[in-house]
Ligand binder design. Structure first.
Ligand code: FRU
Length: 524
């Protein structure tokens, strides 16, 4: 058996085909067969995406401190090198020159026994302090803020000897949590936003200021939630009493604040005046519940790029058995769109993945609402010759007289498995319907979705990325919907389009087969 400790090194280095010292490599040699077996299993797992960033194995959650340095995008992420379950958080690390192809690097942060992060290095951010790459993150338990300095390649990290740099919430505050620092610079000063909240009152973001990233003064609340927004329930995060992973940045003429409250990332656009943020409009960064803990970075072209953690939609046991859990989202470019709402589009760099393309134009798509013999709605009448589970699809619908229209993906030859991406015109809702996505017993089937209002005469534009068990949808450049599906049949690869309750027209349909970013689903 490979011991947990060895796997820690193996998963991060040997699996990646590099990074171990010679002596460690020799010590690890005995376990090579087992590592190879895991490697093979992951490489052959049809649910494992081929062009999304994934850790070499095991568990990941939040993106942490995405940052550009010397023309490269460094991505850190919450990582458990001991298995596909959320424990003992480390910071995994990968680097990319183009936001698409990645190279895994050694683990950046690991808990220090006896230290303030002994039980985990939780989420945080990265900044470059002069020339010095610096990570600010939450150590647990209790939740405190810690700092580590890196070398110029961002490869090795030294924790500040007197961690934590912020040891407690402001005096007298009974908070629901105190975590996930977000740091930025204004003039000669650093500012630090920490996710928090107060039971019965709502989430809040605490604002601190420092000259050296070490000594922090608490200023006031950058922003707080409203009591009326609280939902019934027990968990402070799902109630909205605790705002996780605050992300605060300028966007166009405005400022944006993102906070994560269990399955939902909420954005606010507003004014930042005298170190107070006043939200003017709000919305969801994603209409599903698979996209979470989003973090953004500025790039060298002045763009704002957002990353999120795509959670699993299957049981804990299935995740452990698979040997991996969690996926990094594709990069989204954020801008302020027409009418002042948040606009989200896939980063153009993703076009590098495009292989063979297929186009269809001006097709009528209509469908009765009659159920098929197995009781499901046969929605894949217009079936295209292109099939696959690694596709980019751009579809533009003229909704015509239809009540709803959309695409079916991952359709089995007789529709035994299929997933619908549906725009319900009457309800002005975009949904992913998963009741027939999989014949497997232990996967999420609940529909996912939310509001998408189209203006009079506006066409429906769906931009969809299919990657094994991941679906990412960009609708009309302003709503996103990320979902997980786990078709069990190898032939659930069909693609169709439908209109319901009337006739819709598919003005254009563009399908690209996408290249994998590695030959073996191991990312690097
Ligand atoms: C969000 C979160 C953060 C925390 C991290 C721990 O998913 O709960 O608040 O820092 O995950 O892994």
């Amino acid at each position: 058996m490979v011991s947990r400790r060895d796997f820690l090194g193996l998963s991060a280095a040997t699996l990646l085909g590099g990074g171990l010292t010679r002596s460690r490599r020799t010590a690890a040699g005995a376990q090579a067969a087992e590592v190879e077996a895991l490697r093979k299993r992951l490489a052959a797992d049809p649910q494992r995406p081929r062009y999304h960033l994934l850790p070499p194995a095991y568990w990941m959650n939040d993106p942490n401190g995405p940052i550009f340095s010397k023309g490269q995008c460094h991505m850190f992420y919450q990582y458990n090198p001991q298995g596909a379950f959320p424990e003992s958080m480390h910071w995994g690390h990968a680097v990319s020159a183009d936001l698409v192809h990645w190279k895994h690097l050694p683990i950046a942060l690991a808990p220090t026994p006896g230290g303030p992060d002994k039980d985990g290095c939780w989420s945080g951010c990265a900044v470059i302090d002069g020339e010095v790459p610096t990570l600010i993150y939450t150590g647990v338990f209790p939740q405190v803020q810690c700092l580590a300095r890196g070398d110029e390649g961002l490869l090795t990290w030294r924790k500040f000897a007197s961690n934590p740099v912020v040891a407690t919430p402001p005096q007298g505050m009974e908070t629901t949590g105190f975590r996930d620092p977000c740091v930025w610079r204004e003039g000669d000063e650093w500012y630090l936003a920490i996710g928090s909240g107060i039971a019965g009152q709502g989430g809040m973001v605490l604002l601190y200021r420092s000259r050296d990233l070490i000594h922090w003064d608490y200023l006031h609340l950058l922003c707080k939630g409203r009591k009326e927004e609280l939902l019934p329930g027990k968990d402070p995060v799902s109630r909205g009493e605790m705002w996780e992973c605050p992300d605060f940045f300028p966007l166009g003429e405005k400022h944006a604040l993102l906070v994560s409250t269990q399955g939902t990332v909420i954005y606010s656009l507003g004014a930042y005046v005298n170190q107070y943020f006043r939200p003017e409009r709000q919305g969801k960064v994603d209409l599903g519940d698979a996209y979470y803990a989003a973090r953004s970075m500025g790039d060298e072209q002045g763009r704002r790029i957002l990353w999120g953690w795509i959670r699993e939609g299957r049981s804990d046991a299935a995740q452990r058995a698979a040997g991996w859990a969690g996926v990094m989202s594709l990069p989204r470019v954020l801008t302020i769109g027409r009418g002042g709402a948040l606009s989200m589009t896939p980063a153009p760099e993703l076009e590098a993945l495009r292989g063979k393309d297929h186009q269809f134009h001006d097709l009528p798509v209509s469908q009765s609402l009659d159920p098929s013999p197995d009781g499901s709605l046969e929605r894949h009448r217009s079936v295209f010759s292109r099939r696959g589970d690694s596709l980019e699809i751009q579809a533009e619908f003229d909704l015509g007289s239809s009540q709803a229209a959309g695409l079916t993906v991952r359709v089995a030859p007789h529709g035994e498995e299929q997933t619908s991406i549906i725009y319900d015109h009457a309800a002005a809702q975009l949904r992913v319907e998963r009741d027939h996505s999989s014949l497997a017993p232990d996967v999420d089937r609940a529909p996912q979705g939310g509001p998408l209002a189209l203006a009079e005469g506006e066409t429906l534009k769906l931009h969809v990325f299919l990657d094994a068990s991941v679906i990412e949808i960009f609708a009309n450049d302003r709503s996103c919907l990320t979902s997980r599906i786990y078709p069990s049949r190898a032939d659930s690869l069909g693609l169709g389009a439908f209109g319901l309750g009337g006739e819709a027209r598919l003005k254009s349909l563009h399908i690209w087969e996408l290249h994998p970013i590695s030959p073996n689903r191991l990312t690097t």
